[in-house]
Design a protein around this ligand. Structure first.
Ligand code: GLU
Length: 439
């Protein structure tokens, strides 16, 4: 059974890059008929906030990504403690006493000699007496995971074969001196315990993965498969601050529909065209990490707005009803949706229907024509009023094309352009139509 997880830290609101990671985890699990878990990575009690947890749930729900289960790291400290104790007993985790300043100095010395900034494992050479003395001085250890000097390799679903050498990496710190956890080890314990089969995350985690591969092994667990996705950049090609502030709240304010976000993010970073579909099923069916490139994916708000318009044109009445003016019905929605960029704009067209509309100036040569149109409209059968009105006026006046349609549209709607009049006129109704044509 395929199991994926989206593992945000609740220290802020999700931004577009997080939403993309969540979506791809969800799509991959759905395609495989598997499970998609939400894991709240809240080991950092200082920075984690309940309001962000609530916002994460809300944002996923808005996108339609329903987790098949939710886990919380803060509920699992006992388990981390047990694994930690076991690894300490086996010498896979060891105490280190260097201060940040000491570590910094050592890195500078290495850099001066042109060497990579790899931790020298001085802490492994401490005797029991050394440690006792340091503790007496009031030093508290932080804890490092001891890497084996072995090749580390995996076949990344996005990046292809990855190779690291355990001998060239620093033993990662897994626990701070105050007892708090860094993200690396709890994440491995969770992924192993929760049967996560595929870890999908940003490429900023690639070097973490190298060390985590050895942590899975140290737990006697088979590591999951990994997909490290190229990061999202803004239109200007950079990792912008702006991108970090674009989240669900912003999109809602802009009138962006969740279907548009899903459709765009499903394909951004692939060379496949974006398909503005309301139902994500075909996107899920075609989802494949092999289609994603290694170059950063460009997110363009303008493109999102375009996809959004194409989504809005297809949305069924039931889906948008809550967002429409109270008396606006399915026929009215169907009449105007093809002209909208955002659902909220439907209210503008509804005002055109219900009026009053601001009359546009009438050209001298159209006055008699419109007066006649009002008389004709008053006597129509009103089954298909626009067709009835225009064919009667065409026969009577010889007008056609723009000369026939435009003065009528302008008088009836107060606008030069807009939805199909055949759909709009029945909504405007005979009484209002006659009054508007009369001027
Ligand atoms: N909490 C981690 C983060 O937000 C999770 C990374 C992961 O998916 O493993 O970066």
């Amino acid at each position: 059974m395929t199991v994926t997880r989206f593992a945000p830290s609740p220290t802020g609101f999700l931004h577009i890059g997080n939403l993309r990671t969540a979506l791809h985890n969800w799509m991959f699990a759905k395609k495989a008929g598997g499970r998609f878990l939400l894991r709240i990575d809240d080991t950092d009690a200082q920075r984690s906030e309940e309001r962000f947890v609530a916002a994460i749930r809300r944002d996923l729900a808005w996108l339609g990504l329903v987790p098949d289960g939710e886990e919380r790291q803060s509920a699992r400290f006992d388990r981390y403690e047990a694994v930690f104790a076991d690894m300490v007993a086996r010498g896979r985790i060891y105490p280190a006493y260097e201060t940040p300043e000491e570590l910094d100095l050592r890195r500078k010395i290495l850099a001066g000699r042109g060497l990579p900034p790899v931790y020298d494992r001085a802490a492994l050479k401490l005797s029991d007496e050394d440690r006792a003395r340091l503790e007496e001085e009031g030093r508290r250890p932080h804890w490092r995971f001891r890497l084996e000097a072995e090749p580390i390799a995996w076949d990344d679903m996005v990046r292809g074969p990855q190779r690291f050498d355990g001998a060239l990496l620093s033993d990662p710190v897994v626990r701070r001196a105050d007892g708090s956890w860094l993200y690396l080890l709890p994440s491995v314990i969770d992924d192993a315990d929760m049967g996560v089969t595929h870890v999908v995350r940003g490429e900023d985690h690639v070097s973490n993965t190298a060390t985590q591969m050895q942590m899975f092994a140290a737990m006697g667990a088979t590591p999951p498969a990994f997909a490290h996705e190229a990061l999202l950049v803004g239109n200007e090609g950079k990792l912008s601050k702006r991108l970090g502030s674009l989240g669900v709240e912003h999109f809602r304010e802009q009138g962006i529909e969740p279907e548009a976000v899903v459709a765009l993010l499903a394909r951004l970073g692939t060379s496949d065209p974006v398909e503005p579909v309301v139902d994500p099923a075909p996107l899920i069916a075609a989802f494949d990490f092999g289609r994603f490139g290694r170059a950063p994916a460009r997110f363009d708000e303008g493109e999102l707005a375009q996809v959004n318009a194409r989504i809005v044109h297809q949305l069924p009445f039931e889906r948008v009803r809550q967002a429409l003016p109270e008396w606006m019905d399915a026929a009215a929605w169907d009449a105007v949706r093809g002209n909208l960029e955002r659902v909220a704009d439907a209210a503008d067209w509804w005002r055109v229907v219900t009026g009053p509309v601001d009359a546009l100036p009438v050209a001298e040569e159209d006055r008699a024509f419109l007066t006649r149109a009002a008389e004709v409209a008053a006597g129509l059968a009103w089954v298909d009023p626009w067709a009835e009105l225009t064919s009667a006026l065409k026969a009577e006046t010889g007008r056609k094309g723009k000369a026939l349609f435009l003065p009528l549209r302008r008088a009836l709607t107060g606008m030069d352009h807009g939805p199909d009049m055949a759909a709009l006129l029945p909504l405007i109704g005979r009484e209002r139509a006659v009054a508007r044509l009369t001027g």
